[in-house]
Design a protein around this ligand. Structure first.
Ligand code: NOJ
Length: 554
């Protein structure tokens, strides 16, 4: 097995330059500001950053409407600043992934403007057109309730254009070889400037066939292989982390049977069922989701996460399961979005309950894959439901109790600062949590450090051990003759469980607690008796005699 797949045991942190740190005092976060925070991120144990779009953009969809793929929006800095930033990350052992948004451009992109203006221009065929409004124009919208159609009329072009997302995001005709060549050129450009890969936006739509005549979109998987080959030719370590919210029976199509397509995908299937497990205390649907997403090539990896910058999409759950999650974490209609999800941040969903926050993070971080952490979650930031749609969970990073949370010296921050209630920056901020050894921030640092010291999770094979109750989830990971056990009590009640090791060689092993001194030895019947507090969790190394002898000698 190749040992050098850095993404197998990484800790990824997602942030938006615009809302992270403003150095020049204009109210908008920038690369200079972000650079001042690299030591903070390194200290937290982060090994890779995922930057949300920072290219020039009208910013009608938080930068996911790109107007120039080869630049930095002047509000955030210059290409020179970007290279200083990637260099700063490299010096600190952190890799950089950037968003690659090539399903669509902004309608202000010069390609689209030219395509509209001149039907003979080469750019006309870079987009998807129809003389008449297609019959199915109003189906397949991604943002129901906000987006009306997937086809809109452009007066200059005198034709309808296709847009899977908002009408200001015309879809690129990704079947056009020139568009495909341009996508590679964009990737090559940023690789040259120091990135180690891309979080690729909307992958199923990028590779789908598009057009007025298409009734059942089909994926063109070969495109993924072409992207992947190009990346590795240019830079061996480069990867694609795909946003592809697909059913588990398609996972291998996206990864490729021998890993020749995508290196990483976010595990949306597990994400939704994880929230159901935390809401209901029942681990069974989560176990199924983890098993359903088990098959993957040896080089492929899941990105596991709790919340991201979008709504928590619960579309895969049954109606009843979804209602359970809504009732627990987003009961008001205003907390819900697009008829399928919850738009809040993690901490308010869990009512700021530290025990549950730790449980949710410990569980996510020990799932098969690589954890992806959203900025602000390390200090339990809240949301501002007065902001529209997904913006409520995109407020500025809360650094200190200084005005505007220490994010900017300007009195006009790019996004409002959460300044009242229990999540206000006066109470929830990095500076205060740094000084408090028991803060969530310091817990997060310790748990990330421990996760990196348990490569069995990122690299190994897993199995479930029967815990005797669906409220307690016990997972064993094995890799290179080492094994660990991660056990989580999802319920609000204390639990007493008896665990037998599945593997005969491990029958007499001690379970060495990795997070405290509370180790366990098998009882006479060979079982380990483990007591859990409400929402308790344990990480154990399964240790035979050899290890214990060595330990007592040292
Ligand atoms: C997925 C992104 O995560 C989301 O924020 C964006 O609105 C759409 N893709 C369109 O780019």
């Amino acid at each position: 097995m190749i040992n050098d797949l850095w993404y197998k045991n990484a800790a990824i942190y997602c942030l938006s330059v615009a809302t992270y740190m403003d150095a020049n005092g204009d109210g908008v976060g920038d690369f200079q500001g972000l650079m001042r925070r690299l030591d903070y991120l390194q200290g937290l144990g982060i090994t890779a950053l995922w930057l949300m779009p920072f290219q020039p953009s009208p910013c009608k969809d938080d930068g996911y409407d790109v107007a120039d793929y080869y630049g930095v929006d002047p509000r955030y800095g210059t290409l020179g600043d970007f290279v200083e930033f990637t260099r700063g990350c490299e010096q600190r052992g952190m890799r950089v992934l950037i968003d690659l948004v090539v399903n669509h451009t902004s309608n202000e992109h010069p390609w689209f403007k030219e395509a509209c203006r001149d039907p003979k221009s080469k750019y006309r065929d870079w987009y998807v057109w129809s003389a008449k409004k297609p019959k199915n124009a109003d189906s397949g919208v991604v943002f129901p309730g906000v987006q009306k159609s997937t086809w809109s009329y452009d007066k200059t072009a005198k034709a309808y254009y296709f847009h899977r997302f908002y009408d200001f995001q015309p879809d690129l005709n990704t079947a056009n070889p020139d568009v495909q060549a341009e996508i590679l050129k964009i990737m090559g450009f940023w690789l040259q400037l120091g990135v180690s890969g891309f979080r690729m936006d909307a992958v199923p739509f990028v590779i789908s066939n598009k057009g007025a005549e298409v009734t059942k979109p089909a994926e063109q998987y070969d495109m993924l292989r072409a992207f992947s080959e190009f990346l590795t030719w240019r830079k061996g370590e480069a990867i694609i982390l795909a946003e592809a919210n697909v059913l588990p029976d398609k996972d291998l199509k996206y990864f490729g049977d021998s890993g020749e397509r995508l290196q990483m995908m976010f595990n949306f299937e597990v994400n939704q069922h994880l929230f159901f497990a935390v809401a209901s205390g029942d681990s069974r649907p989560l176990v199924k989701a983890i098993n359903d997403t088990k098959p993957r090539p040896a080089t492929a990896q899941w990105g596991q996460f709790l919340r991201n910058h979008d709504e928590l999409d619960l579309g895969r759950l049954s109606k009843k399961q979804r209602e359970t999650v809504f009732a627990a974490f987003g009961p008001d209609p205003d907390m819900q979005l697009y008829q399928r999800g919850i738009r809040r941040r993690l901490a308010p969903m869990l009512k700021g309950d530290r025990r549950r926050l730790e449980l949710a993070y410990s569980l996510m971080i020990t799932l098969p894959g690589t954890p992806v952490i959203r900025y602000g979650d390390e200090i339990a930031m809240g949301d501002d439901l007065r902001l529209p749609e997904r913006n409520c969970a995109r407020t500025v990073m809360q650094w200190s109790a200084e005005p505007n949370a220490g994010f900017t010296k300007s009195d006009k921050p790019v996004m409002p600062v959460i300044s009242d209630g229990p999540y206000g920056f006066q109470h929830v901020n990095v500076a205060a949590q740094r000084r408090d050894p028991n803060s969530l921030l310091n817990w997060m640092e310790r748990i990330i450090r421990m996760r990196k010291e348990v490569p069995e999770i990122g690299w190994g094979d897993f199995s479930f051990l029967p815990s005797g109750t669906p409220q307690v989830l016990a997972m064993r990971y094995a890799w290179r003759n080492n094994s660990v056990l991660c056990v989580h009590n999802l319920s609000s009640e204390p639990q007493e469980i008896y665990l037998s090791m599945a593997d005969e060689d491990e029958a007499n092993c001690t379970l060495v607690n990795l997070l405290s001194e509370d180790h366990t030895h098998p009882e006479k019947n060979g079982k380990h008796r483990i007591l859990f507090e409400p929402y308790g969790y344990r990480w154990f190394r399964i240790c035979g005699l050899d290890y214990l002898l060595k330990r007592s000698a040292s």
